[in-house]
Design a protein around this ligand. Structure first.
Ligand code: T3D
Length: 261
């Protein structure tokens, strides 16, 4: 029986999802798209933090190009349809997760694989990993949110340079440029990523959800709109059990016991 293209494990509130097509650097085919979406749905229901990574030496090399190879006289692939059916809903689903999603980039993240990592809330990368906007090398543009994530995080000049050249960005530079949270020694990637995900799984989930939404909204809001959002979310969270527990724990000089409520 063929091994599943997505591995899933739930432990202590953390759902670990592993892209598992290592012979093709975990590139996307329709089966892996559907399995990843199903795994994210399951994780959204039963976990308080998600950890996404890749099996083998790569994180994800984007679209499986073997599925796009056509003879000159064949009809071309429907790439717009593929984006509507697979890539866009994937970004939407990740951005709508209430719990934090940590991405552990274990190797090369190319094309939509890079965008997938950048769609996650916190990205840790192994020192040997890299980010490649491979799209222009095959005559395409960054998708899966790439044209939005890149300039947002590293500015116009660097975003355009990476997208036009398709040059490899080493993980260390990605950290220096503010594209990702952290670059760590290879052997520390999974322990550090799991420690972060575990910290979130034991944290105030509702506050995390609102933090994510507020920071995301800031990309297009005025200060006044943002101040409104802060007031509304603070008012809501002030009624939560976790807020009450956080204050009680502080006053009693003990660690909080958050339930996510
Ligand atoms: O089409 C749509 O639906 C629209 C959506 C598009 C989104 C996209 O992601 S477009 C961009 C697609 N991705 C790429 O163009 C990247 C292609 N891959 C590479 O450029 C290189 O593989 C890497 C730079 C990522 C890594 O290079 P390297 O030297 O470390 O590894 P390699 O030897 O090239 O790859 C190892 C194997 O994985 C190899 O197979 P083999 O020869 O050992 O049997 C290679 O063919 C395979 N592989 C790597 N990437 C892909 C792939 N097979 C299919 N599709 C891939 N994307």
């Amino acid at each position: 029986m063929a091994e599943s293209s997505i591995l899933y494990a739930l432990q202590d509130g953390v759902a670990q999802i592993t892209l598992n097509r290592p012979a093709r650097l975990n590139s996307f085919n329709p089966e892996m798209h559907l399995a990843l979406r199903a795994a994210l749905t399951r994780a959204s229901e039963e976990s308080r933090a998600i950890l996404l990574t890749g099996a083998g030496r790569g994180f994800c090399a984007g679209q499986d190009l073997a599925d796009r190879s056509v003879a000159a006289d064949d009809s071309p692939p429907d790439i717009g349809g593929s984006i509507d059916l697979y890539y866009r809903p994937l970004v939407d689903q990740i951005k709508q997760l209430r719990q934090p999603i940590v991405c552990a980039v274990n190797g090369v993240a190319a094309g939509a694989g890079s965008s997938l990592a950048l769609a996650c809330d916190m990205v840790l990368a192994a020192r040997s990993a890299s980010f490649i906007q491979a799209f222009s090398k095959i005559g395409l543009i960054p998708d899966t949110g790439g044209t939005w994530f890149l300039p947002q995080r590293i500015g116009h000049a660097r975003a355009l340079g990476l997208a036009l050249t398709g040059d490899k960005l080493p993980a260390e530079t990605a950290e220096q440029w503010g594209l990702i949270w952290k670059c760590v020694p290879d052997e520390e990637l999974m322990p550090q990523a799991m420690a972060l995900a575990s910290q979130f799984a034991a944290g105030p989930t509702r506050a995390y959800q609102r933090i994510k939404q507020a920071i995301q909204a800031a990309a297009s809001n005025t200060l006044a709109e943002q101040l409104d959002i802060e007031r509304d979310y603070m008012a809501e969270l002030g009624l939560s059990k976790d807020y009450r527990e956080g204050v009680a724990a502080f006053m009693q000089k003990r660690a909080p016991n958050y339930t996510g409520e």
